[in-house]
Design a protein around this ligand. Structure first.
Ligand code: TXA
Ligand code: MG
Length: 317
């Protein structure tokens, strides 16, 4: 990936409007929330979201949390059932993330939810995050601002230690109050805890007047990281194909003749940004057999190949 100078911005009016402007231009900006520092980008832009994955060096596409200014804004992107509404009203702004059904035509990049039909959202409780969200006036996708596999940062210095030269800017808003990631809850037929975090389980259960399914409950959904494996096109995928069969639709990479191409110029950032929309498009085309061009195992290619291998693996029926 290209090294870029990482701007260090103060949490004053000038720094905050620069941060919002960078997000508007499709950049990647780290900023404090009450839990940990997040690495934010415009959640509606495939290219901007791809930069998050690139900067973190994630070997897979784990879905990201979308940060919004208020419950009202969240409603533009997801639908809230009664328990979700109770929790949102009680704990937002705050360290609670809700995984909810994504609205059709919400305009969120499919890369944010890794192609899933649900979206993780929260309203952060931090003046810097609030100011950036209000000035940007849109949804910001933000995982914790650390390289993949290292611990979440709670100061701007931690962010720079891991990501200096890989992101556009960091806003220094001091140390995070909570210092632990948000608690993640999925509602639906049985509300469940997906990740323990800044808000204790007991507080959530008291609010709902009911218990939450735990990650180790056999009936609860799988742990968040694994959920990403659920979206795959219905056609059968064959990977590393130079010459597709007559009955196969080619998902190309590089200068090949293909029905759909991840990146004609062989740019991995572009390919990552288009991956989930291409997979959805193959479904829409009704493609039964899909061949995929070879994609190099480096940089974002690792995450792209990981995703494609999962999609190509035999399915449970
Ligand atoms: O406190 C926090 O939550 C911080 C700040 C920046 O908001 N963010 C954070 O993001 O910890 P991240 O990406 O490091 O963790 C997000 C978690 C991942 O484990 C991911 O799998 C899960 O949220 N997640 C996101 N979307 C999901 C979805 N649709 N279904 C299930 N899990 C999801
Ligand atoms: Mg994280």
């Amino acid at each position: 990936m290209k090294e870029r100078a990482t701007l260090q911005l103060a949490a004053d009016a000038q720094g905050l409007s620069k941060a919002a402007a960078l997000v508007r231009q499709g950049g990647c900006v780290a900023f404090p929330t009450e839990t940990v520092y997040g690495l934010g980008a415009d959640a509606r832009s495939d290219a901007a979201v791809a930069k998050i994955y690139e900067a973190k060096g994630r070997p897979s596409f784990n879905p990201l949390i979308v940060h919004v200014a208020s419950l009202e804004v969240a409603r533009e992107f997801v639908t809230l059932d009664e328990p979700a509404l109770l929790l949102a009203q009680a704990f937002w702004p705050g360290a609670l993330t809700l995984v909810l059904p994504l609205r059709k035509n919400a305009g969120i990049s499919p890369l944010v939810s890794a192609g899933l039909p649900t979206l993780a959202v929260r309203v952060p409780d931090h003046p810097v995050a609030e100011a950036i969200l209000s000035e940007f006036d849109g949804p910001i996708a933000a995982p914790s601002a650390n390289p993949s596999g290292s611990v979440s940062p709670t100061t701007a210095a931690h962010v720079l230690r891991g990501l200096d030269g890989r992101i556009d800017a960091v806003v220094d808003g001091g140390a995070c109050k909570v210092g632990l990631e948000s608690t993640i809850v999925a509602t639906g037929p049985r509300p469940s805890l997906l990740r323990a975090g800044g808000i204790p389980l007991e507080a959530l259960e008291a609010c709902l007047g009911a218990s939450l399914a735990r990650p180790d409950d056999p009936i609860s959904p799988q742990a968040p990281g694994q959920l990403a494996s659920h979206y795959a096109p219905s056609g059968q995928l064959r990977l590393n194909v130079d010459v597709p069969g007559k009955d196969e639709v080619l998902l190309g990479f590089g200068p090949v003749e293909a029905s759909l191409n991840l990146s004609v110029s062989g740019d991995l950032l572009e390919a990552a940004s288009r991956l989930f929309s291409c997979l959805h498009e193959l479904d829409a085309m009704g493609a039964a057999k899909i061949a995929v061009s070879p994609i190099p195992e480096l940089g974002l290619g690792l995450a792209i190949n990981d995703r494609l291998r999962r999609a190509a693996a035999p399915r449970d029926t």
